[in-house]
Design a protein around this ligand. Structure first.
Ligand code: HDE
Length: 714
């Protein structure tokens, strides 16, 4: 602390207290900048009413345009400058507003206001990493999970991912990594994918990436919906309590809806069928009042236990197994309001791991330390200067004052004569605040550092494979099959044989011989008899299992939030359609009537039923299960429809539960699966099949069908 000036002390009572915030505070704050067009005249930016918005000013109707046309020039000039640079990574994203409510235990660990105020407004942005702003949602990639807490003591950003580890250990390698994973520099191919030479070249030369690459080869890399996705702070952070005691923590977002992912073939088909799939589903659910919810959890490690792990807590390629340190829930995140404007909010939001508040602190993780520089730096360029904190979405809800002034795009009209501290001209304001448990100034953890300058990596960061093996061991058989298929597919896109061989022979055997052989067989590449890794890299503990690492460990268990197609054509039984809809809605699922055309379906009893989509407009890849409604004429019509048969085959291939209400031998035969196939339920009434169908839907997929799914041609 600098020496305090007397004017500050004497005027302290005039300082602003922290405001009382509630879940709506940010919404109210944004209202200051919302613009409504209702009843407005069309005017220029200077306020001049526009009489003709269709024609330039010209010398005669067929004559040349006139330079004088200030209305045309202003309009075109603004349009020409509408774009800003996209984020260098995480360019494609979707965001939502909401609030965070801490549980009673949270304040025990941290004095941060966000853990004791009843509710703090938030904005969360989900993203893919590699692709550009217009790329596909469901590509194989890491998902960003960044949350801005507009707390009463300042903004805290928890800028995490949906995977708990990272590709590299030191920020020094981030530009290399990103250059390798991004589209290749000579032809800008491929978009949004890691399946190319430069990525596999880099990661096969950087064994520290093995653990994270394995995560990205799992189905975690294409979540079914953001609501079904876990989130992680990745680095070890610190929480500081009211007494000043600091503890190490790892942050987790646990989805209350459970975890579900797509299947690779499904994800790929969605690139074409609905490239905005994740974004659209979140938007629609929120519009329909179906909020997204997570619990914030922490793994807490006392400072004296820092060295009690067989890995280094500062190494971001490692996680703390939940069996070793359980995740303690400390609060709940609810996302329940869509932004008003994509550009103003989702595009202009500026996250930074450096936005922290009293009660939260960093560690010496060298990846985290590098990030602390990068985010502010990139935002200066992307958002055009140092004043992006004034943008409505970035503006703190708690008041702030300092002596920073001017710069590009400055909005604030600072009053007063003194823009320096100490001063006596403005009575010493704005003034410093001493640290304290509540409403105190920020104070860094008082860590003792006594070291020599050195560019080196700690030996404790040396084991690159134990946790990769832990992850592999913890997957179910189906998940392992998907991982083998993922490496096989990705490497098939690598043109250089020696890169494919390096991955299969030098990296994969250190994770698992089964994995290496599985991929090796499909590439015609032999695998060494023993893992080639050095002892130090290889580590111990290769037989351990952590059940929490399987996606199937947190399946939803019920049908809430699931989308179910009801296939119907003219002649359908209206009563059964109604019965199915009611049962699904009661369980919290969304029924969607899918018909051959968008024309209303005429039921057997003459009633008309509106369809929610067509067979090829809302294809099976957009739903979680399919029910063919009863009514023999309708079923016969669907049996004759190639699109309907394809719908069912594709759903079957993607392990989705299917129910058919009718005698449907011909339909089953045409769809090439059997009445007795797993997860296919047939019966004469809805009541006969619904409970079995719903039970499987709760498990997300018919996992036992995996062995035959590949035989399906769809
Ligand atoms: Fe980021 N990262 N990152 N990152 N990151 C950015 O910041 C960076 C890392 C993450 O929705 C950039 O404003 C470095 C880990 C998310 O706006 C940039 C390193 C994790 C988002 C940047 C990392 C993340 C970003 C690009 C290694 C998970 C999107 C645009 C030292 C814990 C936030 C921007 C949003 C965005 C740098 C590694 C998460 C360039 C240097 C690890 C969710 O500053």
């Amino acid at each position: 602390m600098s020496s305090r000036n007397p004017y500050t002390e004497s005027n302290r009572s005039a300082a602003t207290d922290n405001p009382e915030l509630d879940a709506n505070s940010k919404n109210a704050d944004l209202e200051r900048d919302r613009h409504y067009n209702d009843g407005a005249d069309l005017r220029t930016n200077q306020g001049v009413r526009i009489a003709d918005n269709h024609n330039q000013l010209k010398a005669g109707e067929r004559g040349p345009s006139l330079m004088e046309d200030f209305i045309f020039r202003e309009k075109m000039n603004h349009f020409d400058n509408e774009r800003i640079p996209e984020r260098i990574v995480h360019a494609r994203g979707a965001g939502a507003h909401g609030h965070f409510q801490p549980y009673d235990n949270a304040a025990r660990y941290s004095k941060a206001a966000v853990f004791s105020d009843p509710s703090t407004p938030v904005f969360t942005r989900f993203s893919t990493v590699q692709g550009s702003r217009g790329s596909n949602d469901t590509v194989r990639d890491v998902r960003g999970f960044a949350t801005k807490f507009y707390s009463s003591e300042g903004i805290w950003d928890l800028v995490g991912n949906n995977m708990p580890v990272f590709f590299i250990q030191d920020a020094m390698k981030f530009p290399d990594f990103v250059h390798a994973v991004k589209p290749e520099p000579h032809n800008e191919v491929p978009q949004g994918q890691s399946a190319h030479d430069t990525f596999w070249d880099f990661v096969s030369l950087m064994p520290e990436s093995a653990h994270m690459v394995l995560w990205t080869m799992s189905d975690r890399a294409f979540p079914r919906h953001y609501r079904f996705m876990e989130g992680f702070g990745v680095h070890t952070f610190r929480l500081v309590d009211a007494e000043g005691t600091a503890r190490f923590v790892k942050f987790h977002w646990k989805p209350l809806a459970g975890t579900c992912s797509l299947i690779w073939d499904e994800a790929q088909k969605l690139w074409g069928r609905d490239p905005d799939f994740n974004r659209r589903e979140m938007w629609n659910d929120i519009e329909n009042g179906d909020a997204l919810e997570w619990e914030l959890g922490i793994q807490v490690v006392e400072e004296e236990d820092e060295m009690n792990f067989d890995f280094d807590l500062l190494d971001p390629t490692k996680l703390i197994p939940e069996e070793e340190v359980p995740v303690e829930p400390i609060g709940k995140l609810t996302l329940d309001r869509n932004p008003d404007n994509y550009f103003a909010e989702t595009e202009q939001v500026a996250f930074s791991p450096g936005h922290i508040v009293p009660g939260i602190d960093f560690t010496n993780d060298p990846l985290l330390q590098g990030r602390l520089f990068s985010y502010l730096d990139t935002q200066m360029m992307r958002l055009g200067g140092p004043n992006f904190h004034e943008f409505p979405i970035n503006r703190s809800v708690c008041p702030f004052a300092n002596n920073q002034r001017d710069g590009q795009h400055r909005h604030t009209v600072n009053t007063g004569q003194a823009a320096y501290e100490p001063n006596s001209i403005d009575d010493g304001w704005p003034a410093e605040t001493a640290p304290g448990p509540r409403a105190g100034g920020f104070e860094s953890v008082n860590e003792k550092i006594d070291a020599r300058k050195i560019r080196a990596r700690s030996d404790s960061f040396g084991d690159h494979y134990s946790q990769a093996r832990l992850f592999w061991n913890s997957q179910t058989d189906v998940e392992k099959e998907h991982i083998v298929a993922a490496y096989t597919f990705e490497l098939s896109k690598v043109a250089r044989p020696y890169i494919r061989e390096r991955v299969i022979q030098s990296i994969l055997p250190n994770i698992s011989m089964d994995l290496a052989r599985g991929v090796g067989e499909q590439h015609g590449v032999s695998v060494p008899d023993v893992p080639p890794a050095e002892a130090g890299e290889y580590g111990e503990g290769c037989t351990e299992v952590s059940e929490a690492l399987s996606l199937l460990a947190r399946l939803p268990g019920d049908i809430e939030h699931r989308k179910v197609a009801i296939l119907a054509a003219d002649g359908v039984d209206a009563g059964e359609v109604q019965d199915i809809k009611q049962r699904l809605t009661e369980g919290g699922a969304t029924p969607l009537v899918i018909a051959p055309t968008m024309a209303p379906v005429t039921a057997a009893n003459g009633e008309t039923i509106e369809s929610d989509g067509m067979l090829n407009g809302l294809p099976s890849v957009t739903v979680d299960g399919v029910i063919v409604a009863g009514g023999q004429t309708s079923v016969d019509r669907l049996t004759q429809s190639g699109l309907a048969i394809y719908y069912l085959q594709e759903a079957f291939k993607h392990l989705k539960p299917i129910a058919i209400i009718s005698e449907a031998e011909e339909l089953l035969a045409r769809a090439s699966f059997f009445r007795m196939a797993r997860g296919v339920f047939t019966g004469d009434t809805v009541a006969e099949v619904f409970d079995d169908f719903a039970a499987v839907l709760g498990e997300h997929r018919v996992w036992a069908r995996n062995c035959v799914a590949n035989d399906m041609p769809a």
